[in-house]
Design a protein around this ligand. Structure first.
Ligand SMILES: C[S@@+](CC[C@H](N)C(=O)[O-])C[C@H]1O[C@@H](n2cnc3c(N)ncnc32)[C@H](O)[C@@H]1O
Length: 216
């Protein structure tokens, strides 16, 4: 049975997507995102993380860690509470990343329009995160895992999660969780997690207001 505390606050969720081959250069081709180290997967992961229909989500961060050529790693963190100038199609997200990479090449690591760019790999991106969940088909069923208010989820791309990052996850005592019996695409995992947390928060609010009513 799901063990969830009755707390109606929204979840402050953070998705960390490992883009193992995505280029770290502004040479990425908007007409060929897959040919740019499969950066198309990172674009879909970002879009699954930050968007509702017609609106940006609130309280969501998505970090994509680009680990491809020529200068890995680079972490791009999108914060929906500050983001500006984004659109929900994959090509626009690719364009946003390309501009960010041009900015890095010109000025060094930087932040603009709700996007923070650092030279962090996974360890730097998980710094100080208390609740880390490692998305893995062999993990514990998510439905039986109590969710804190501020979970961090780490998700692999088509290559999965490399040994070097698995070591970091073990060191941070990340908890392996499974979302279902099949192997899913990373972006689909993020969509599922977002909707799952929306539902948990919704039912917590209902429970909270029912309890408040009976106590009055
Ligand atoms: C396309 S899958 C990885 C495929 C890769 N060839 C492999 O075997 O690891 C992308 C990522 O989604 C997550 N994932 C996929 N299916 C999952 C499941 N059933 N439960 C939890 N996470 C899952 C994992 O983090 C995985 O690394």
């Amino acid at each position: 049975m799901t063990d969830t505390p009755a707390d109606p606050k929204p979840f402050q969720r953070h998705f960390v997507f490992l883009a193992n081959t995505a280029w770290t250069s502004s040479e990425i081709q908007l007409n060929d995102l897959p040919g740019s180290g499969r950066i198309d997967e990172a674009c879909r992961a970002i879009n699954s993380g930050i968007w509702l229909s017609h609106a940006l989500r609130e309280h969501v961060k998505v970090t994509v860690i680009l680990k491809g050529r020529p200068d890995p790693p680079l972490s791009l963190t999108f914060d929906t509470n500050k983001l500006r100038y984004v659109r929900p199609d994959e090509r626009s997200t690719g364009g946003f990343i390309k501009k960010a990479l041009e900015h890095v090449e010109t000025y060094g690591t930087a932040a603009f329009a709700g996007l923070t760019i650092t030279a962090n790999g996974l360890a730097g991106s998980l710094h100080n995160a208390p609740y880390i969940y490692w998305l893995d088909g062999g993990g514990k069923d998510l439905l039986n895992v109590a969710m804190p208010q501020n979970p961090v989820f780490v998700i692999g791309d088509h290559k999965g999660i490399y040994q070097e990052d698995k070591k970091v996850l073990k060191k941070h005592k990340a908890r392996k969780v499974s979302i279902g019996p099949q192997l899913y695409m990373g972006a689909h995992c993020i969509s599922f997690l977002n909707i799952y947390l929306d539902r948990l928060a919704h039912y917590r609010v209902m429970e909270h207001s029912n309890n408040s009513g009976t106590q009055g």
